[in-house]
Write a protein that binds this ligand. Sequence first.
Ligand code: AVI
Length: 344
Amino acid sequence: MKQQTLPNIFADDQSPQWTSQHDGIWSLRGADLDSVPTLSILTTLWDQPRWLEAYHLYDDQGSELFEEICDLPEYYLTRTENNILETQASDIIAAAPVECIVELGAGYSKKTVHLLTEQLRQRGHCQFAPIDVSIAGLRASQAAARRDFPQIDFHGIHSRYEAGFSAIDKNLPTLFVFLGSTIGNFNQTEFPRFFRALTDAMGPNDYLLLGADRVKDKNILEPAYNDSRGITAAFILNVFRNINHQLGANFDIDRMRYHSWFNPEWQQIEMYAVANQDQTIRFPSANAAFTWQRDERILVEISRKFEPNRLQEQLSFIGLQPVAHHTDPQEWFSVLLFRKQAHR
Ligand code: AVI
């Protein structure tokens, strides 16, 4: 393997920690991103109410189902955010004078392309660094970026978000991009933890572009998470196939059903699996079992919805100063630009 030099988007002290097995894609040394998440699954399933951490949803099958969700007529989020970026990328990039775009997520979606195009048009150069745990996703982004934007310096970062963004050089003016309202899938503990870590990792000339789905009528929200073709149900219940596969458990998809609703007090869609009958769920590798009782729910995912002004105010307490608010004509989705607050 040819030893490559760590690109200058990384902080000076990062060199020993990163290695590259694919040209232009950097992995954190010693990080076991594929380890079996037994502890996470068992502790949350033994909680009351039972629940799961959302990242278990994204095995290969889950990622494919999520791609299908993004194209569903009921799932307005992706196309609405895309329209905002398509029409307003020029203003966004003009307001964020940066040299590097770091995307949390494999990147090179249609949405990111608008930002890259504008960065090249306005500044003539662009460093682009998507962070993702999927090496396959990063390689696909790299191939697409090389094909469509040969001028871009592509640096894939193969790690969890926090390890990835903490490694970026604070002196390099950077726009961190976190789209798709993925922040909505963080629970009340994960949310402030994530933003504190991100703000700490940001340098004085850094910006954050955040996509956030908005609170709205439940007649629009609920169908987006309970589509007529049953793709969302398949996506949510697929988590149990993944758990069976990873832990040798015996969840039976045919003996459970999908249920979701918008909880107005918590301003979140809640997505559950519900047992159709009493059943014993066994985890032979951990020598553990529980009785999943008829009609008992397991909370598989939440999708929080936001009021943009309140979100801006909340993040300002964590050190992010609101710069701009972009939305669609129906005000269903917000794309918010923040700048790292000085003197913190
Ligand atoms: C990835 N995330 C933003 C999606 C959402 O809308 O919360 C996940 C999803 N779950 C079911 N449908 C979509």
